[in-house]
Design a binder for this molecule. Sequence first.
Ligand code: APR
Length: 246
Amino acid sequence: MSVEYLAELMRAHQPCVVLTGAGISTESGIPDFRSPTGIWRRYDPMEYATIDAFLADPEKVWDFYGKRLASLAEVEPNDGHRALAQLEQRGWVDAIVTQNVDGLHARAGSRTVVEVHGSIRTSSCLECGTTVPFADALARLPVPTCPTCGRVLKPDVVMFGELLPQAAMDRAVRLASEAGLLLVVGSSLEVYPVAGLPLETLAGGGKLAIVNRGETQFDVDAAVCIDAGAGETLAALAEALADRLQ
Ligand code: APR
């Protein structure tokens, strides 16, 4: 299956919504979670990425997140992020639903981005509700504390055991259910409720396309699966659609 076939799907099935995961950011130097070099191969998510682990030992969780926060301060959007921003500007992509917390879609110029797992852009105090920007949390490492009440801050990312931001998830479900095409890029589609979004599109009569290195449980339901790099594939897709405005 080729990029040209994916371009034909985008021409024929609008609106197109894109669902991204960690795989679109690996080419920016951010490791993903479940591929052979992923974070969860080195860290046990039950020890570092659950709300219970955070409440039990916030310093230990910050030791994990602090490293990620510092590295995220250095990264830049890649060809995949830029291609999606261009496809939105030319009318081919209506919105991006992202599981990523790195903020790279917005930095690449995408305007309609639904962050269903939160973002490292801010950290908040669970005690008094104070919120601080990324730079302040970074400056307060290794264990950022609340400037108001002194309690340990929590990064505003969704941890396992937490509910997703309701408004964001409601919007993501609506976008997926009304999509003519859901294009999944760089996600193993293993974590619910986001992994259920392809079913919303299919139930609404839309089509599914997947660009991912490695298989997912929804490959059988996809009109096209491209097992290749997100950056090269999305850049080629933007090129294939460059001849027209939607
Ligand atoms: N191009 C295409 N695919 C890639 C690339 C790339 N450059 N790099 C990695 N991939 C693929 C991997 O092979 C893997 O199948 O992207 C997928 C990423 O899957 P995960 O690591 O499971 O990431 P994701 O699906 O975003 O995880 C969902 O799990 O731990 C939680 O909150 C975390 O948001 C995350 C959620």
